[in-house]
Design a protein around this ligand. Structure first.
Ligand SMILES: [Fe+2]
Ligand SMILES: [Fe+2]
Length: 477
C-alpha cells in the first residue's frame, strides 16, 4: 500500500506537472469561497495602491519618485486586471469588485493617500502597504491547495515578483530620503496603520479582525483632495522658459542630424510633463471600466519612460541636462485650465500629429542619420509606443466625443484656446526666456571632440509668437 509519502511517480518524474509534491497537494487548502474572499481583498489593495501612486505623481517634486510612481501605478493596474480575470473564473460573476471589504482597510489606504509629506507617503506605501500585501499573497500560496488553485497561485506569483521589486525600490528610496527624525516623527502614525490592519484582519482578512473601537483617522480626517499643480525638484530650473523652439530646430532641413539628437533628447525629457498631466485625467475621471485605467496607466508609464530615455541619452552623450530648461508649462496649463476630457482631447490631437511624416518616423530617421546608435534605439521604441498610444486614444477618447473627425477638431479647439503665455510669464518675472541651447550643444561637442556647426550653434529661435498648438509650444506626448 502506498500513501502520500511513499507514492512514486513514473521513473521518479516530477509530480503534478511540476506544481507541487503529492503530499502538499493532498492537503485540502482553501475553499473556493474563502479563496475568492481573499482574492477580492488583494484586488481592492492593488486598486487602492494604483489610486495612490497615480494621485501622487503630479505634485511630487522629485523626478525619480515621479517616474517610479508612474511605474508602480502601472504594475498595480496590471495586477488588478489579472485578479479581476481570476475572480471572474471562480463561479463569481464579476460583481462586488468595487465593494469595500472592510472599513478599517479603506481607512488604512485613505491614510496613505493623504500622507502630508513625501517621507510619510514613502513610509506608508513601502514600509506598510506593499509588505502587508506581499505577506498576504505569500500566505495565500501556503494556505491554498497548489493543484486545485494553481491558476490563482500563478497570478499571485507574478504579483509577488513585482511587489518585491517595488518594495526594494521603496526601501532604497527611504534610505536616501527619509531622515531618522522623520521616521521617528511618524512612528505613532505607522503604529496606527498597523492598528488599522489588525482591525481589518490583515490585507487578506484571514487574520482574526480585532473588534473594538471604531477605526480612527489621522491624515485622512479631512478628505484628501488631488493636487493637480505639478511640482519639480531643484534640478529643474527656470521652468517657464520658452526660449528655445526645439521643433523649429528639429524640422529645419538645413541643420545637421547630430545636434538634432540633442533637441530630441530635450523633447523626450520634457515629456515628464505628460505623466503629470495624464495622472490628473486618471485621478479626476471616475466610473470607467478597469481596462480604461489600465490602458491609461500604461500610456502614462510609457511617457515617464520617454522622459527617462531623454535623461539616459543626455548622460550617455556627456551632457548635463539640468542646463536645459525642462519646462512645466504644458502640464501646468492643461491641469489648471482644462477639464479632464479637454486634456485627453489635447493629448489625442498631439499624438495624432506624431503619426504624420514629420512625426515619430522622422525622429527615428534623424536618430539613424546621426550615427549614434543609442538615439536610433530610443526613437525606434518611442515611435512604437506612440503608435500604441494613438490606438488607445481611438479606444478611449474618440467614443466619448463621437467620431474621429469631430474628436480631432475638439482637441484642436481645446488646445488653441490655450493662448501663448510667452509674454505673460515674462511680464510676471517668471522667466527671461534665456537661450540655453548653446551651452547644451557646446557640452556635447566637447564630449564628441568636434567643433560646433556654426549654423546650429547660432540657433536662437524662441516660442515667442508661436501658436500654442502642435506647431508651437508642444512636443509633449
Ligand atoms: Fe505618447
Ligand atoms: Fe511620449
Amino acid at each position: 500500500m502506498t500513501d502520500v509519502k511513499t507514492y512514486r511517480s513514473y521513473r521518479g518524474l516530477p509530480t503534478l506537472a511540476g506544481l507541487a509534491s503529492i503530499e502538499d497537494a493532498a492537503k485540502p487548502g482553501l475553499s473556493v469561497e474563502a479563496c475568492v474572499a481573499r482574492l477580492k481583498r488583494y484586488h481592492y489593495a492593488f486598486m487602492r495602491l494604483h489610486e495612490i501612486f497615480t494621485a501622487r505623481i503630479t505634485a511630487e517634486p522629485i523626478y525619480e519618485l515621479k517616474t517610479a510612481f508612474a511605474h508602480h501605478a502601472y504594475l498595480c493596474a496590471e495586477h488588478v486586471a489579472a485578479l479581476r480575470q481570476r475572480i471572474g473564473e471562480m463561479r463569481e460573476p464579476p460583481l462586488g469588485l468595487e465593494e469595500v471589504p472592510h472599513e478599517a482597510l479603506a481607512i488604512f489606504f485613505d491614510e496613505i493617500l493623504a500622507a502630508p509629506t513625501t517621507a510619510a507617503l514613502l513610509l506608508g506605501l513601502y514600509e506598510k502597504a506593499l509588505p502587508a500585501l506581499d505577506a498576504a499573497l505569500q500566505r495565500h500560496m501556503l494556505d491554498t491547495n497548489p493543484l486545485t488553485d494553481a491558476p490563482s497561485n500563478r497570478v499571485l506569483r507574478f504579483a509577488r515578483l513585482e511587489l518585491g521589486d517595488m518594495i526594494d525600490f521603496g526601501r532604497r528610496a527611504i534610505e536616501c530620503l527619509v531622515a531618522d527624525k522623520a521616521f521617528a516623527d511618524h512612528r505613532e502614525w505607522l503604529a496606527h496603520l498597523n492598528g488599522l490592519l489588525a482591525q481589518s484582519g490583515a490585507i487578506d482578512g484571514a487574520a482574526r479582525a480585532l473588534i473594538g473601537e471604531k477605526p480612527g483617522r489621522r491624515f485622512s480626517a479631512t478628505a484628501y483632495v488631488y493636487d493637480r499643480v505639478p511640482n519639480r525638484d531643484e534640478r529643474f530650473q527656470d521652468v517657464w522658459n520658452q526660449g528655445v523652439n526645439a521643433e523649429s530646430f528639429l524640422y529645419n532641413p538645413e541643420l545637421p542630424a547630430k545636434p538634432k539628437t540633442l533637441m530630441m533628447l530635450y523633447k523626450r525629457l520634457r515629456e515628464i510633463d505628460v505623466p503629470e498631466m495624464m495622472a490628473s485625467i486618471i485621478a479626476e475621471t471616475k466610473g470607467k471600466t478597469w481596462d480604461y485605467y489600465r490602458d491609461m496607466s500604461r500610456q502614462l508609464w510609457d511617457e515617464a519612460r520617454h522622459a527617462m530615455m531623454g535623461e539616459v541619452g543626455f548622460v550617455a552623450l556627456g551632457v548635463d541636462w539640468t542646463k536645459a530648461r525642462i519646462t512645466v508649462n504644458w502640464s501646468h496649463r492643461l491641469n489648471t485650465e482644462c477639464t479632464p476630457i479637454e486634456r485627453h482631447a489635447v493629448l489625442y490631437f498631439i499624438e495624432q500629429g506624431l503619426m504624420t511624416k514629420t512625426g515619430k518616423r522622422y525622429e527615428w530617421e534623424v536618430g539613424v542619420e546621426s550615427g549614434i546608435p543609442l538615439i536610433a534605439t530610443i526613437q525606434d521604441y518611442d515611435w512604437a509606443d506612440e503608435v500604441l498610444h494613438a490606438q488607445l486614444g481611438r479606444l478611449w477618447y474618440i467614443p466619448v466625443i463621437g467620431e474621429w473627425k469631430k474628436a480631432l477638431e475638439y482637441g484642436d479647439q481645446c488646445w488653441s484656446r490655450i493662448l501663448s503665455n510667452w509674454q505673460a510669464v515674462k511680464d510676471q518675472g517668471l522667466t527671461q526666456h534665456a537661450n540655453w541651447w548653446p551651452d547644451i550643444y557646446v557640452q556635447a561637442c566637447q564630449a564628441w571632440g568636434e567643433k560646433p556647426d556654426a549654423a546650429a550653434l547660432a540657433f536662437s529661435e524662441t516660442y515667442e509668437g508661436a501658436r500654442a498648438d502642435l506647431k508651437g509650444v508642444t512636443g509633449s506626448a
